[in-house]
Structures are given as C-alpha cells and as structure tokens.
Design a protein around this ligand. Structure first.
Ligand code: XMP
Length: 504
C-alpha cells in the first residue's frame, strides 16, 4: 500500500499533518526522527519533514542521505535544516514571526503552487530565518519580512516552506498539500479507512488463531468499533462486557445494550452499581475517586473474564492520537485505556488494538460501514469514571439521581433546539455548594447545578459554546422545576486552558 511518511521532529503539528494528508486520500504514518530505519521502503512515495520546537543549531537531525531519494515537503524547521545542510545559511531572526503573514508566490509554474493565487495568507511560527538559500535552490515565495518564505531544489525533489500548510489559518494549505501529494509525489489517492475493513479483519483472524478475546465496552464509538471488528474476525470467540458502575447517564445502560443487541455483538451486562457506590462512600478527593473506580473496574472485569475458558486476548479501542501522545511514537505497542489500564499485565493477555493507526473521524467512518447509526456515532464523549467526575464532593445515590436528571433535561433541551450536534460535549455538574431558594412556599437550601457545553476539535482545547440565552434559560427553568434540592443553575464560561472540560 502506497504511503507517505511524516517525519516527526517534535512539532505540535506533526499529528495534524498526518491527519490532513489522510483527509486528502493518502495513507500517512508518523515516524519519530529517532526511530528512522536506514532505508526508505518502496511503498513510501513521499516524505514530509515537520516543524520542531527547537532551532536548527540544536534540534534533531534529519536523514541527510534521504535527500534526493524521494520527493520531500519540508515544513518550517525541515526547510531550515535542509537549507543549512545543503550549503545555505539560517540565522536567528530579529523578529519572531508568529501568526498570519501575506506571501507572494514567485513561481506559479511550480507543481507545488499550481493553480494557486500569487498573494496568499499563511501561518508563520518561527524565530530563526533562512538568510541564504542552499545550493541549487530557487526561491518560490517571499513575504514582506522574509525573502525566502518558500524554496525548491528541483534536482533533489525538495519543496520547502517556512510556514505551516497543515493549519487551517493557512488559506491554501490544503491545496498546497494536495499539490505535493498529487503533482509532485503522484499518489493515486485511493486510501479510505473504511476500505480496509476486510484487510483488518483478515489480520485479526491471523493474529488470534485460537482462544477467546475479551473487551470492556464503554458505550463509546472506539470500543464499539474495535469490538465489531474483532467479532467480525473471530465470531463467538469474542466476548464483550459492559460494566454498569452506577455512574452512567440516564437511560444509558438500556440504550447502549440495545445497540449492541441490534448489532449482534455478544456483550454481557455486569451490574456493579452497589459495589462501586459502596466503595465511593465518604470519598471527596477527586484523585482518590478516580483511583477507586479504576481499581474496582479492573477487579470486576478480571472476575468476569476469569469465568470464561481459554481467554488469551484483550481488545482495546486505542486510537492513533493516544498511541502518539503516549510518547512512544508509531512503534509503541501499548497504550492502556483509562478504564482498563493494568489489565494486560495482570491477566497476561495479548493486547489487540485494531484502531491504533486510525484517527477519530476514520474510526467513525469504519463504524458507519459496520452498521453504527449516525446518532450513535454522534454521541458526545463521556469520561471513563463517569458521573463521579461531575459530582464534586461525595458521590451518593441521591446526588447521582439529582445530577442524572439535570443532565438529561439539559441534553434534551439541546436536542430540541437542534444544538446537540453542534457541540463537542455538553453536560451538567453537581456542586457541593448550598444556596438559598424557594420551592413552593418553602425556603430551601439547595445545591447548585453548573451547565457546561463546549466547542472543541479534539478535547485538547475548548471554548464555551455560545448557546442562545433562551436555551440556557429554558434548561435552567426545567432543572429548577423538576430536580429536587437544586436551588440554582449556572452556566460555565471557562475556556480550556486554563480550565479543563470536566470539573474534576
Ligand atoms: P478534560 O477535563 O481533561 O477532558 O479537559 C478532555 C476530554 O477527556 C474526557 N475525560 C476523560 N475521559 N477518562 C476518560 O475516558 C477520564 O478520566 C477522563 N477525564 C476527562 C473529557 O470528557 C473530555 O472529553
């Protein structure tokens, strides 16, 4: 299968480059600079050198011998490194260019700039600058502040840009990447995640010739798609478990179990509410809550799995960003899931992660092809420790019931207003603060519900959703009218950072 390598030199954008390339129909893999093989495999038809956190004088080295072997798109640090090591010069710039810049394309005949306008807005982020081009290079774009915003070494198939085509702030970034993939590297562009299902299934069959595979399903897209693939591969030798911790949202257990049933997935419901709630009694420290839940989850899962005969594999829904973020790069084997971390070692099971090379949108595409409905695919993310991270203070049955109801009313209101699909994640939080209110003729001293709705693309950063005021008012009115012992409803306006999405 033809592929593109993104050599990760430590830029915050490396993963984004791979994602953009895949969106353009070419399979891209991230390869950390310190794990490069000595040879470029034949299926690699093009290479992108990413930017870096460092400056060229002290940053990671590039494989010099590869220059000229394959078409290269060198971004930011990559562009500077090649300049320095091919006879040019880079100097510390007097001004740190960060943000939008206007460039002028000087060579519209170049395959990289084909069909694009002369004047373009790009995103710059650099403090060093190229002051002398490398040998055999010609400049292909300049900005008001730098003479070499882009250059090419045609003999060596090197295309270098000082700016970042992978970020959306670069007006024609996608077109530049497309030109590189199709005009320079001649990719066929037929890659689609969902076309790989048969191949993944065949690989799974080969890797699990006998024995039983188990997996903990959370009701989320990743674990469900991973389970569907494994089930397709080994049929009844797969057994899934859905643990009802008592910390799930209103109606969630029934809803999710029904989906599994419709899909024909063998998933056993494990009722463990009493166990979890008993263990959480009296705990108010958030870290201790998380630890208690994590430990119990492992115990429950282990107990259930040990009832089966010949269990050999553990299926997890780890996806590509998790693998990369775990800091071990593409050759990493294990990234333990929030919920079942520690299980593989304890149970001595082979870890099966069919989604470890896929991005979230690709997992959704796989799920769609495997029969998941749009409403299931569009469910908001939900944390492993469940409502416990949304109940500040002690987790009790009464407080869970209160939060569940408030959360359901808020979500229902968002759905009725057509806002549910427009936001990344929305939920209610229960605060251990008492304030005064009036219920009927009675003065009450009730708790506070905070409503949170955020826009985000990956959960790493987030902005509060600009919900219509009337929607917020309606949500608040419903919560105050229907949930006992709530005296006040507030809306959380914090961005992440500095706040986080969840409250605990
Ligand atoms: P924060 O609160 O860190 O959340 O801004 C970012 C995203 O991660 C989810 N989240 C979790 N997911 N286990 C999970 O599976 C957890 O412990 C956990 N904590 C936060 C959160 O819902 C948001 O989507």
């Amino acid at each position: 299968m033809e592929k593109l390598w993104v050599i990760d030199l430590g830029s915050q954008y490396s993963l984004l480059i791979a994602r953009r390339v895949r969106e353009l129909g070419v399979y891209a893999e991230l390869v950390p600079w310190n794990r490069l093989p000595s040879q470029i495999p034949p299926e690699v038809k093009g290479i992108i050198f990413s930017g870096s956190y460092a400056s060229v004088s002290e940053g990671p080295p590039l494989p010099q011998a590869w220059i000229g072997e394959r078409p290269v798109l060198a971004i930011c640090y990559g562009a500077q490194w090649i300049a320095v090591h091919q006879g040019g010069r880079v100097a510390e710039s007097t001004l740190r260019e960060y943000g939008p810049a206007q460039i002028e394309v000087l060579d519209q005949a170049s395959p990289l700039w084909k069909g694009l306008p002369i004047s373009q807005r790009v995103w710059m982020s650099h403090s060093d600058t190229i002051v002398q081009l490398p040998v055999g290079a010609q400049v292909s774009a300049r900005s008001e502040t730098i003479p070499y915003a882009a250059y090419e070494i045609p003999d060596k198939q090197v295309y270098a840009v000082q700016f970042h085509p992978e970020v959306t702030h670069t007006e024609y970034g996608e077109a530049i990447l497309r030109n590189f993939l199709y005009n320079v590297c001649n990719f066929s562009g037929t890659w689609r995640a969902e076309a790989l299902i048969e191949e993944i299934v065949a690989q799974l069959q080969a890797s699990m010739p006998e024995g039983v595979a188990v997996g903990a399903l959370s009701g989320g897209v990743d674990s469900t798609v991973a389970a569907l693939l494994v089930h397709k591969a080994i049929g009844s030798r797969f057994q899934g478990f859905f643990v009802d911790t008592g910390l799930l949202r209103e109606g969630e257990t029934e809803e999710v179990m029904q989906v599994y049933q419709q899909l024909g997935l063998p998933v056993q419901l494990v009722q463990a509410e009493d166990l979890f709630l008993r263990a959480l009694q009296g705990i108010t420290d958030p870290e201790q809550k998380r630890k208690t839940i994590g430990r119990l989850f492992i115990e429950v899962f282990e107990r259930e799995a040990s009832r089966l005969h010949d269990v050999r594999y553990l299926v997890q829904g780890t996806i590509y960003p998790d693998v990369v973020e775990s800091g071990t790069g593409v050759s990493a084997l294990i990234k333990s899931h929030h919920n079942v971390g520690g299980l593989p070692e304890k149970l001595r099971l082979g870890l099966v992660e069919p989604l470890r090379l896929f991005f979230k949108d690709e997992v959704r595409a796989l799920g769609r092809r495997l029969g998941l409905s749009e409403s299931f695919l569009g469910r908001h993310p939900f944390p492993g420790p469940g409502l416990a991270v949304r109940i500040l203070g002690e987790v009790t049955r009464e407080r869970i019931a209160r939060l569940r109801r408030a959360d359901a009313l808020f979500i229902q209101t968002l759905r009725e207003w057509g806002w549910y699909e427009k936001i990344w994640q929305a939920f209610a939080v229960l605060l251990p603060v008492r304030s005064v209110g009036v219920a009927g003729d009675q003065r009450i001293y009730g708790e506070v519900i905070a409503l949170r709705a955020v826009q985000s693309s990956d959960g790493m950063t987030a902005q509060p959703s600009p919900l219509p005021h009337e929607l917020m008012e309606e949500s608040a009115t419903r919560v105050l009218a229907e949930v006992p012992d709530i005296a006040r409803v507030v809306y959380d306006l914090s961005t992440k950072p500095p706040a986080t999405i969840e409250w605990e």
